[in-house]
Design a protein around this ligand. Structure first.
Ligand SMILES: [Zn+2]
Length: 271
């Protein structure tokens, strides 16, 4: 009886030690694999996708292009891209969704939205049982998920001056949350500019909601988060109009993101 107890305790001990070592081994293996992948240059097939579809990447000077590729590579390997249909996750999905996040954060120190480790891709708009509405995209900071309708994402990429861009919109929400979540990427947006933005938001939202003509579409009047996300779509897609009609909003976002699309696009709207 005494031996049986001894062997059981010994067996449990060996199993416990073995599973701890196994966990450590898997963790180290994953870390090494991740850092090796991250350091590799972006594959040329992926650069081709950027060249073909990312107007932002195309106008970057060569040195900046290299930096953009490096950040896209790291973003791709720091996320899990999950398809919500029988459609497999394509290279275009990985590259262009990552590029939309990097576009927004390109002027900032390296931000990879670390709170969000999963990207769920729906083929089209999808029904949310929480909001009881159809969505084109949304972010769930608690679950660390960014959700996107691929059809709408592509439509947004297709026309670069229509001020609709689901990729920019959802990544704007993600950045807004990331800035407030206490992790290694916490508090990276300029505090004074955030304060100015909140004053401008309070000034502009009633105008939008009163129905008077406004540069930003009506959805920006929903709440401060939607105002921010919609404003960022206009900032990148209609910089000339925004800098003329809402100059303080344009300047504030330029300070927040530390970049100026007007200068990048050579003082003309992106084509
Ligand atoms: Zn939104």
């Amino acid at each position: 009886m005494g031996y049986l107890l001894l062997f059981t305790v010994l067996g449990l001990l060996i199993f416990g030690v073995w599973s701890i070592f196994n966990d450590i081994y898997v963790y180290i293996y994953d870390q090494i694999r991740y850092s090796l992948k991250v350091r590799q240059p972006l594959k040329s097939s992926r650069k081709l996708i950027l060249n073909k579809y990312s107007a932002y990447y195309k106008v970057l000077p060569l040195a900046k292009k290299k930096e953009f590729e490096r950040r896209v590579q790291r973003f791709i390997y720091s996320k899990r891209f999950i398809s919500r249909s029988s459609l497999p996750v394509s290279e275009e999905m990985k590259v262009l969704i990552s590029a939309s996040a990097i576009q927004l954060t390109f002027g900032l120190p390296e931000i990879y939205l670390s709170n969000f480790d999963k990207i769920l891709i729906y083929p089209d708009s999808y029904y949310s049982h929480i909001t009881k509405k159809y969505h084109l995209g949304e972010v769930n900071p608690r679950a660390g998920i960014i959700l996107l309708s691929w059809n709408h994402f592509v439509e947004g990429y297709g026309d670069l001056t229509d001020s609709f861009n689901v990729g920019i919109h959802e990544m704007a929400h993600a950045i807004h949350f990331e800035n407030r979540i206490r992790n290694e990427e916490f508090d990276f947006l300029n505090k004074d500019a955030l304060q100015t933005l909140s004053i401008i938001t309070d000034r502009e939202m009633p105008k939008i909601n009163s129905g008077q003509p406004h540069l930003l579409r009506a959805y920006a009047g929903t709440n401060e988060y939607e105002f921010f996300a919609v404003a960022l779509e206009y900032f990148f897609e209609q910089p000339t109009q925004m800098s003329e009609q809402l100059p303080d909003l344009y300047q504030t976002i330029a300070i927040l993101l530390r970049q100026d699309p007007l200068k990048l696009y050579n003082f003309s709207s992106p084509k």
